[in-house]
Design a binder for this molecule. Structure first.
Ligand code: BGC
Length: 546
């Protein structure tokens, strides 16, 4: 038994609960549905589940607008269901990491309702960020900050006050300088730790500390500049140094409990150094590595993302965590499905160019999975990655639900296309997502040909994405070289990545247009596609034992 904490090498499966499995037939995924598929997750071989917000919410942003952090939304079940899920998952050897949303609440949260009722200048308003407007009659917003979902970050109330929302107007930002906020979130953490959760994914972890002066964004930060390439520029509300004090306290709260609890930060930082600051000793445990997710399908780009991230994290003694897709981004089978993968500019919606070649995208997604699972550290699977689900890019406008679609004036399709309910079995929609006698169709329509991508259709098919994931995760669990540790690059021609993990495993990924000759006598442990005459085809990856 090694004493390495589990989160240094964990494979964590992201459950977007609304789209995972519908137990009660209302067309919306729920805890009962999730519980019934724990054996599937166990057989897939994952160590933990990150569950997107399941709290009571008016669902203006898929549950990221929380009205009560201590209650489960009736759409998903009850607190007793959640407790049962945690117990069942633990019996399966699977840990549970819910999302926590500390940057903002719902506008239906009691605190915001009290703030509205209590009027201008009241102590109730001090828990949020209320300000008078600018201009002679205060009709201009207090500053030029913009909402991540489009439009201004301020909404005016009939009494003249404006309140800040970095996301939708239904998601007012909390004022983390107010002592009630820290105290309340520490209590919420304890509430869930006492119910057995194994950690939290921290939503918008980089957003909590705002410059108290609320200055305008300088014009260099309002344009579509490629900030990641420019280095760090101090920002009035993102990734400010003060934010770390909050997480040092959270870490102390987690350390009060037994069981090796872990936080993972959703922190968007300009540089790997800035990201590493979240996971210094005494801070959060891990952070998503979005540079890897945003890298093009390009050997140089990927290698740079891997090297920079490992170097910075190593400096603070934290493990890397790799991720290819999540509920906010275009699924990678579709991102990689363009011959030239468009460079991704942070803070600007990723809209691909040209039609998707899903055969190409799938080939690359298979290779990317072997790359990701071979890298040192932990890895995330977004539900459906293991089925090779593509982005649904042709959703009818009428069914789109993401607030980004409306708030961007219909210029950004938003994130519904990566949130389509999972196909489990059967020839026709809802493909086992809902029970046979369901009273409603799935909340977003599934493509008619997803029968071919269902869990049932892929199970036992050695060429399927699902079986590739299952095999890769089984090997990863058993092979001493994989998971936490170090890696060494091999010299390879341009376009080919190869690295060694001690003891005895080499991962080779061919991102070039030419077949790559594998070393003589190399034994192939696993390959992302058929390998003939020891030639690794373009867009293929292999794990070698010698
Ligand atoms: C979540 C999004 C959400 C936003 C606001 C994020 O970064 O991942 O899905 O819309 O935070 O809470």
């Amino acid at each position: 038994m090694s004493s390495t904490p589990w989160w240094r090498s964990a494979v964590i499966y992201q459950v977007y609960i609304r789209s995972f499995a519908d137990g009660n037939g209302d067309g919306i995924g729920d805890i009962t549905g999730l519980r019934s598929h724990l054996p599937y997750l166990k057989s897939l071989g994952v160590d933990a589940l990150w569950i997107n917000p399941w709290y009571k919410s008016p669902m203006a942003d898929g549950g990221y607008d929380v009205a009560d952090y201590r209650a489960i939304d009736p759409l998903f079940g009850t607190l007793a269901d959640a407790e049962q899920l945690i117990a069942d998952a633990h019996r399966h050897g699977i840990r549970i990491i819910p999302d926590i949303v500390p940057n903002h609440t719902s506008d239906q949260h009691v605190w915001f309702q009290a703030a509205l009722a209590s009027g201008r200048g009241s102590p109730e308003r001090a828990r949020y960020i209320f300000r008078p407007g600018r201009g002679p009659d205060g009709a201009q917003p207090p500053n030029n900050w913009v909402s991540c979902f489009g439009g201004p970050a301020w909404t005016r109330l009939p009494d003249g006050d404006w309140y800040l929302h970095l996301f939708a107007p239904e998601q007012p930002d909390l004022n983390w300088q107010h002592p009630d906020i820290a105290a309340e979130f520490e209590s919420i953490l304890r509430f869930w730790f006492n119910r057995g959760v194994d950690g939290f994914r921290v939503d918008v972890a980089h957003g909590l500390a705002k410059d108290p002066e609320l200055p305008d964004l300088p014009h260099t930060l309002t344009g579509e500049t490629d900030q990641a390439r420019l280095g760090h520029v101090e920002h009035p509300h993102w990734d400010r140094d003060d934010v770390h004090a909050i997480y040092r306290t959270w870490r102390k709260v987690a350390d009060e409990f037994d069981g090796d609890l872990a936080f993972v930060a959703e922190a968007w930082a300009d540089t790997p150094e800035r990201l590493a600051a979240y996971v210094r000793p005494g801070g959060l445990h891990t952070a998503f590595n979005f540079d890897f997710l945003m890298a093009s399908w390009d050997a140089k780009d990927l290698r740079a993302a891997i090297d920079d991230s490992l170097a910075m994290l190593d400096g603070v003694g934290a493990p890397a965590t790799w991720v290819l897709s999540n509920h906010d981004v275009m699924r990678h089978a579709s991102r990689y499905a363009r011959r030239t993968v468009k460079p991704w500019v942070p803070n600007v919606p990723y809209l691909p160019e040209g039609p998707a070649d899903l055969e190409l995208g799938t080939r690359r997604a298979r290779a990317a999975a072997l790359l990701m699972f071979a890298l040192p550290g932990g890895a995330y699977i977004y539900q459906g990655d293991e089925l090779g689900l593509p982005e649904v890019e042709d959703l009818p406008e009428a069914v789109r639900q993401d607030p980004i679609w409306e708030r961007s004036g219909h210029t950004n399709p938003g994130r519904d296309g990566c949130r389509i309910p999972i196909p489990w079995s059967g020839p026709v929609a809802p493909f086992g997502f809902s029970p046979a006698d369901a009273s409603a169709a799935p909340w977003l329509p599934q493509p008619a040909d997803w029968n071919e991508r269902s869990v049932e259709a892929q199970t036992g098919d050695d060429t399927s994405m699902l079986e590739l994931y299952r095999t890769a995760l089984r090997i990863r669990r058993d092979h001493p070289a994989l998971g936490d540790g170090t890696m060494t690059w091999h010299d390879t021609p341009a376009g080919v990545l190869a690295f060694h993990r001690q003891p005895g495993l080499t991962c080779v990924v061919n991102l070039s247009d030419e077949p790559y000759q594998l070393p003589e006598h190399a034994a192939i442990l696993l390959a992302s596609g058929p390998v003939e005459n020891a030639l690794l085809a373009p867009d293929q990856a292999a794990w070698l034992t010698r």
